[in-house]
Design a protein around this ligand. Sequence first.
Ligand SMILES: Cc1ncc(C[n+]2csc(CCOP(=O)(O)OP(=O)(O)O)c2C)c(N)n1
Ligand SMILES: [Mg+2]
Length: 552
Amino acid sequence: MERSGCQILIETLIEQGVTTIFGYPGGQVLNIYDELYKNKHRINHVLTAHEQGASHAADGYSRASGEVGVCLATSGPGATNLITGLATAKADSIPMVAITGNVPMELIGSDSFQEVDTFGLSITVTKHSFRVNNVEELADTVREAFRLAKSGRPGPVLVDIPKNIQLDKTEYAPKGVVEKNPDPKPDTALLDQALEMINECKRPIIYCGGGVINANASEIITKLTEKTDAFMVCSMMGLTAMDNSHPKYLGMSGMHGRFAATKAISECDLVIAAGVRFTDRATGNRKKFASNAKIIHLDIDSAEHGKNIDATLQIPGDLNFALCYIATKLEPQKHPEWEEAVASYKNKTKDVYAPNGYLLPWQIIAAVNQRATPETNIATDVGQHQMWVAQYYNFKKPRTFQTSGGLGTMGYGMGAAMGAAMATGNRTVLFTGDGSFGMNLNELATAVSQNLPLIIVILNNGVLGMIRQWQNIFFENHFMSSDLERKTDFVKLADAFGATGFRAANLAQLNEALDKAFALNCPVVIDCLIPDEESVFPMVPPNGSMDNIILK
Ligand SMILES: Cc1ncc(C[n+]2csc(CCOP(=O)(O)OP(=O)(O)O)c2C)c(N)n1
Ligand SMILES: [Mg+2]
């Protein structure tokens, strides 16, 4: 039977296993929305407050579930509003498919209403972009978008569909869910070399990134850590790879990493790096990164090899295969001297974060942590609050942390938290800053309309804290445009949006608010007042190394 492009699009999405999409209507997607209307019971469309929110929601949905997140927007401003979300997902290798409508092909290039070159705009911030040129290729293009999004190193893919293609008709034959391409197997000769290096080392570190989460390789990397008697250090993207209370877990290293993690990298003699790209925020001065160590770099994307760090041994290919191979063949190691050395690094910073009478960031994170379950999703925006969460939150399970690592997108949090809550049905806590929340608080409306079990904890310092911190340390306290000087009342704001709001200026108020919030199953905003002069430490200044670390 002949079907229109719109019908084929919806059928193909359903065929690919999509149950939820996030989007916003407009002139060039109205026919698609009409099909969504007719298929309401087969596919759930979540109307966000802004297309950027839809893109971050698809991203958060994907991070929490491992599925491909899907968003939909109209041409022109709808499409441009998706760009930040696509760039955010690209930077963190998140599989997503974004669908945009465009003006009819006969109008393309005529400066018509709401016409932008979506393909051209998106191509550098996606893994790939398609413009569909005829209805016959529509279904296979959408399938190809899903295949690309999830194959190899995952990423976002955009499909731009001009309006005439949406209306044109052709035959549609359903197909099954497209499988991702099989991951290339790593060369076992290289893995044998890795085994040799592990057997020879005395002070091993496993350095774990987002690639481990994407490969669902948490269990095997935990096993390898134990067998190697290594310590595990993570990039921010890898923080949920291992139960954070594991004795071998040291947490995040780098610019705002934990002291013991950064110190251990600088003192180790072997780094087994898995699914990391050695970004500057993680390595500091690349010439001094792990300067006493050999590095084994495992990654699905061979473009990462030698991009930022010249590893001693570069092993492209399937991470799971590589980790299993090494973990199976390796005889269990013991490194008591290394154990002792790392224990002394841990002790060094024990008293750095002593309470001083205010409500302090770490107390807020600990109070949430106490009430959360291992399944609770934790999302953040970007700034000091994000670093504090990365430093202090005790993650238990992979995929429970949604944060913008590579792009550092303020305004990411609300969308991501909504997506994670919808994907899992689990309680989700968003830690945000007063600046970041100002960029995406419109999505509180969506959280209310969907009645999501979402607790929004604002670490309200009255400032763009991370900017202020840099101005304090590097710009002689020239606090230019970092003091927000706003009078926003977040409790009233929550009320205005139909959510519940609490304010906490001390620990007793915080505990009371959190108890109430965790007893509710709807959006709650908790405005936590913290001092503006709190800084994130440790800090390795940009391009610095362990020699330059600032502890307080
Ligand atoms: C979209 C965007 N614009 C600007 C920045 C630069 N930036 C990074 S952190 C930050 C301040 C964040 O302030 P807030 O959300 O209040 O968090 P805090 O640091 O105070 O915890 C800014 C402006 C950014 N990361 N993203
Ligand atoms: Mg702030």
